[in-house]
Design a protein around this ligand. Sequence first.
Ligand SMILES: *[C@@H]1O[C@H](CO)[C@@H](O)[C@H](O)[C@H]1NC(C)=O
Ligand SMILES: *[C@@H]1O[C@H](CO)[C@@H](O)[C@H](O)[C@H]1NC(C)=O
Length: 155
Amino acid sequence: MLRTVRHIGGAMRGAGAEQIPVLVRTLNESKVSKNALRFFYSLGYKLDHELLRVGFAFHFQKGAQITVTVSSVNKMLKLHATDEAVPVTPGIQLVEVTAPASSENYTEVVAAVSSFCEYLAPLLHLSKPGVSTGVVPTAAAAAASLMSDGGGTTL
Ligand SMILES: *[C@@H]1O[C@H](CO)[C@@H](O)[C@H](O)[C@H]1NC(C)=O
Ligand SMILES: *[C@@H]1O[C@H](CO)[C@@H](O)[C@H](O)[C@H]1NC(C)=O
């Protein structure tokens, strides 16, 4: 079985990045067989702590290949003890809207993501990651509304 290891880079910076309503990051994917940890160790990483994300994701085509994830972040008290994970922010769910883009098509992808976010705006306070708008009580309603659309996948 092949596992996917995703290396997500820091946010693109500069005047151009400031002007667009979304965050752009580089992303590299590698396929590893069996022991992903050994792969990380060979790259020079060490296991410091683990976080477990629990939630669901939707994938659909709307001007771009959009993925919406609704998840909560859990801390693992003991290594690999997924059953004993405790929520970092109880009762709060993180909603992320992402889409893959290349340097050729990113204007188009930014437009598609922005316009989808407009649609979510009445339900959620969306922000560029790192620019906090706080927590809203409608998050649960938004999650329920997304879930009732069906077609979700469990993370
Ligand atoms: C992805 O790979 C490219 C080309 O090797 C590199 O320039 C970039 O920094 C990498 N990004 C991440 C997040 O690892
Ligand atoms: C934009 O390019 C990326 C990377 O090649 C691709 O995955 C994505 O489907 C493209 N999106 C659109 C809307 O063309």
